[in-house]
Design a protein around this ligand. Structure first.
Ligand SMILES: [Zn+2]
Ligand SMILES: [Zn+2]
Length: 407
């Protein structure tokens, strides 16, 4: 058996891992990095079956290309299937707006819909002499780790979060021989979660108390719902705009993927949804607006920011990792934002809260010990070596993109 990363080994984004067993190829995830220009993985060879860990575009974004080109079957949980379909549609729109070539079209999306199959957590599928079992990965609703078993056990984590959040339960370790582990947060530690929630709510209150508005750019898939759950603790007037509204409905259809469907249902019900231009005006008269995109590269959030950016009483609260080259990263680092092609200085407050959905350095080390593998293959990280140097008594591999690792 051997594995090869088509992308996403030495960096976050465009993850794809080929598994070659008895000359049969399987693919785990196939995404692209939504940067400018987009970062694509190496071209995948024909594969009959692919396993998708979750909907985020850096894991799923090239699946329609794969289905359109190679007629591949794709296995995933139902929340992943439904939310990734939304993101594929959005990907076509965004690339079109930005003027980049399209890796796939609507016909490929149709093929993807036809070729996608549900695989539930705990379910096992046979691939020749290989048995593949799906496990919850924490991270976002529906996110999955894949365990492959024959002579040896390999665990492919996708993105994992081992701590429970308001939205999902944390991932549990799975005993394995080889652990293919994401390492987004290698070398970094998250602030204490309860303190983070507390500081975040305090900041929201502070801005509202001084008469400002709060704009929360949030990814539609996962972060929007978590924000609703955290903000629900106080009685704020919350408005919701963008794709997050549709993702709410999808998640509520799959309560088994949530920590508490009841809480999310209440939080969604309490938030006001923007449905029209008039709604946008009314939202700006309210207190808090949660909207896409999370990294400020388009989406309705820019319209709201445009209205409050010169008001020093108001604030933009960034709630997730801002990829290099994105508008959000620019705002975080230099206080400047691109709106409708023009660079504008933002005068309102800008704060960052590290609401990560990933295991941090220490969580990853604990997870490794729990899985107790002989060999750890680190991927999906810009600073893998920082984690590698803290792993003791196990073989640690950090393959480059394109390199085959024989197991
Ligand atoms: Zn993810
Ligand atoms: Zn990822």
């Amino acid at each position: 058996m051997r594995v090869q990363f088509l992308g996403g080994a030495s960096r976050v984004g465009s993850l794809g891992m080929l598994l070659d067993h008895d000359h049969d190829l399987l693919l785990f995830d196939y995404g692209y990095l939504p940067s400018k220009p987009p970062g694509y993985p190496m071209k995948a060879p024909p594969v009959r079956n692919a396993y998708l860990s979750h909907a985020h575009i850096d894991h799923s974004g090239m699946v329609p290309w794969l289905c359109g080109r190679h007629d591949t079957n794709v296995f995933a949980t139902l929340p992943t299937i439904a939310t990734s379909d939304l993101l594929f549609e959005d990907s076509i729109k965004v690339l079109d707006l930005e003027g980049y070539p399209q890796p796939f079209d609507e016909d490929d999306l149709e093929t993807t819909r036809r070729n996608t199959r549900e695989m539930r957590w705990g379910e096992t599928r046979k691939e020749g002499d290989l048995e593949i079992t799906s496990h919850s990965a924490g991270h976002i609703p529906g996110a999955t780790m894949y365990e492959t078993v024959n002579r040896e056990i390999i665990l492919f984590t996708g993105d994992i979060h081992t701590l429970s959040t308001e939205l999902v339960w944390g991932a549990k370790p799975v005993k394995c021989d080889t652990l293919v582990l994401e390492s987004t947060y290698a070398g970094r530690r998250h602030p204490d979660r309860l303190k983070l929630d507390h500081d975040f709510l305090k900041k929201v209150e502070e801005i509202l108390d001084r008469g400002g508005k709060v704009i929360i750019p949030a990814f539609a898939v996962g972060r929007t719902q978590e924000m609703l759950l955290i903000l629900r603790r106080k009685r704020f007037e919350i408005w919701l705009d963008g794709m997050g509204k549709r993702v709410n409905r999808i998640y509520l259809d799959y309560p088994e993927a949530l920590r508490s469907a009841m809480k999310l249902r209440k939080a969604v019900k309490d938030a006001k949804r923007v449905r029209s231009e008039r709604g946008r005006e009314r939202a700006l008269k309210g207190e808090i607006i949660i909207s896409t995109s999370g990294m400020l590269d388009g989406g309705p959030v820019l319209r709201y920011i445009d209205k409050i950016k010169d008001d020093p009483k108001s604030g933009i609260l960034l709630t997730g990792y801002q990829v290099e080259g994105t508008n959000g990263r620019r705002l975080k680092e230099s206080g400047v934002l691109k709106i409708s092609g023009a660079s504008v200085k933002v005068e309102c407050e800008v704060s960052f809260f590290d609401f990560s959905a990933h295991a941090d350095h220490d969580d990853l080390l604990k997870f490794i010990d729990g899985c107790d593998p002989e060999r750890v293959i680190l991927c999906h990280g810009d600073s893998r070596e920082l984690l590698a140097s803290d792993i003791e008594g196990r073989e640690v591999l950090m393959p480059k993109e394109g390199e085959w690792v024989v197991l």
